[in-house]
Write a protein that binds this ligand. Structure first.
Ligand SMILES: [Zn+2]
Length: 88
C-alpha cells in the first residue's frame, strides 16, 4: 500500500505518517492529508519530537518500500560487477 512518510529532522530516518487507501487512481498522486495533532510527530528511530508541515509529507509508492530501497543499495555493486563482466 502506498503511504505518506516523513523524514526525521534529527536523524534523517524516514518513517510512516499514514497509509494511502488503494481506491485512488494508480497514476494520480493523492492529495496530501492535513497533518493532525498540530503537526507534531515523533521519530520511531531516535524519539525526536518535531513539528512537521503538510509540505514535509513525502509520497512513497508501494513498490519502493524502505526494505527494497535498502536491498537496492546492497544489490547495486553486484549488478555493477555483472555488467562489467558482461562487457569484457
Ligand atoms: Zn529520528
Amino acid at each position: 500500500m502506498p503511504k505518506w512518510i516523513l523524514e526525521c529532522v534529527k536523524c534523517g530516518n524516514a518513517f510512516d505518517y499514514c497509509r494511502i487507501s488503494d481506491d485512488t487512481m494508480p497514476l494520480e498522486l493523492p492529495p496530501k492529508p492535513d497533518v493532525g495533532n498540530g503537526g507534531q510527530c515523533v521519530c520511531p528511530n531516535c524519539c525526536q519530537s518535531a513539528i512537521y508541515k503538510r509540505t514535509d509529507l513525502l509520497y512513497r509508492p508501494e513498490s519502493m518500500g524502505m526494505v527494497s530501497d535498502r536491498d537496492a543499495v546492497f544489490a547495486a555493486p553486484k549488478d555493477f560487477v555483472n555488467l562489467l563482466s558482461r562487457l569484457r
